[in-house]
Write a protein that binds this ligand. Structure first.
Ligand SMILES: *Cc1c(COP(=O)(O)O)cnc(C)c1O
Length: 362
């Protein structure tokens, strides 16, 4: 069996143990005599899988009891609409920090339904930093305040201790690309959402953690399927949930737990990222594109300074067993996405290749 080191930003690599467990259970799950793909979402087998997934996610994220966990469809992008359609409640105002393409899309969608205000943006420098903000500039009566916690394309992040202090205004965080990678205090948020396909499972599941008091404000015209309450009242099974995706998420949660939980993921991720950033910083050939203090632990963009060499790097790295190192088209260069499932050996292989490539091309 040939496996590559897959540095894709998403969908991205999953732990081998998870894939193997899924393979073992593919044709017949437990005593059921059928695949999870084939079973009724009302069957006790699937209801157990759903509840186990929920309770593991709650445990791993240390979610307080006054929050609801929902497994939805439509990707993180559907959340850009669901958030304003459900959280605009009293003033129809919301604040945004624009730190990249996803943050901007969330802002643009909210602007269709209410008064969306840009508090700060880092677009002036190709989103290479997290803007400094002061609470006095925030809208005090906003219905919510949205940030993209980890910026997948540009490789920046709000660290757990540098979230904006929004007081009573619910903080909404897009954690699609750094969920389960580092310990964040859920109680600082009103809502956290994450498309599964970066760090948590396959595409098709979007996990939402929402404070229960925020469930009740959906606008009258909000489609039933886009109301959080619909899904909260029906245990994420108002209609057919993304059953197989939820099952794979459950296996990923079990894997994270068996490997020490989110705190241990954080320790390993910091070690992995530090090794790669240190190598880039100590090289005269490669350059990181992000200010050091705002660097992501998950997405590491870097360049050589030459478009031709960047293209050659991507081509040659494929031959050396590494895939998807091409940077996003809006940044160019390279991007190594090093999610939880990327082992240290993958980082070492990448660094060895970078050294060799530098020697041959500097
Ligand atoms: C990938 C990504 C999205 C979009 O996710 P979809 O599931 O494709 O809609 C949104 N936000 C962030 C931070 C992402 O990384």
């Amino acid at each position: 069996m040939k496996r590559v080191y897959n540095f894709s930003a998403g969908p991205s690599c999953l732990p081998l143990e998870v894939l193997q467990k899924a393979a073992d259970e593919m044709v017949s799950y437990g005593e059921s005599g059928m695949s999870v793909m084939e079973m009724s979402h009302r069957s006790s087998y699937f209801i157990d899988i759903l509840h186990e997934a929920k309770s593991l996610y709650k445990e791993l994220m240390n979610v307080p009891d006054n929050y609801e966990i929902l497994f939805l469809q439509g990707g993180a992008s559907t959340q850009f609409s669901m958030i304003p359609l459900n959280l605009f409640s009293k003033t129809n105002k919301a604040d945004f920090i624009i730190t990249g393409s996803w943050a901007k899309k969330a802002y643009q969608e909210s602007a269709r339904y209410g008064e969306a205000k840009v508090i700060a943006s880092s677009e002036d420098k190709t989103f290479s930093y997290i803007p400094k903000v002061a609470s006095k500039d925030f809208t005090p009566d906003a219905d919510f305040f949205h940030i993209c916690v980890n910026n997948t394309i540009y490789g920046t992040r709000f660290k757990p201790d540098s979230l904006p202090e929004t007081g009573n205004v619910p903080l909404v965080g897009d954690m699609s690309s750094n969920i389960l990678s580092e310990v964040y205090d859920v109680s600082k948020f009103g809502l956290i959402y994450a498309g599964a396909q970066k760090n948590m499972g396959p595409a098709g599941v979007t996990a939402v953690i929402i404070r229960k008091d925020l469930l009740d404000y959906a606008k009258d015209f909000t489609p039933t399927m886009l109301k959080y309450k619909t899904h909260a009242d029906n245990d994420s099974s108002y209609n057919t949930p993304p059953c197989y995706g939820i099952y794979i998420c459950k296996l990923v949660y079990e894997w994270v737990k068996a490997n020490g939980g989110v705190a241990e993921m954080e320790a390993i991720n910091k070690e992995k990222a530090q090794k790669l950033y240190d190598f880039i910083d100590n090289s005269a050939f490669y350059k990181g594109t992000v200010v050091p203090e705002d660097r992501s632990l998950m997405n590491v963009p870097f360049i050589t300074g030459s478009d031709e060499l960047d293209a050659l790097f991507v081509k040659e790295s494929k031959k050396a067993g590494m895939e998807n190192l091409k940077g996003h088209r809006s940044v160019g260069g390279m991007r190594a996405s090093i999610y939880n499932a990327m082992p240290m050996a993958g980082i070492d292989t990448l660094i060895d290749f970078m050294q060799k490539f530098e020697k041959e091309n500097a």
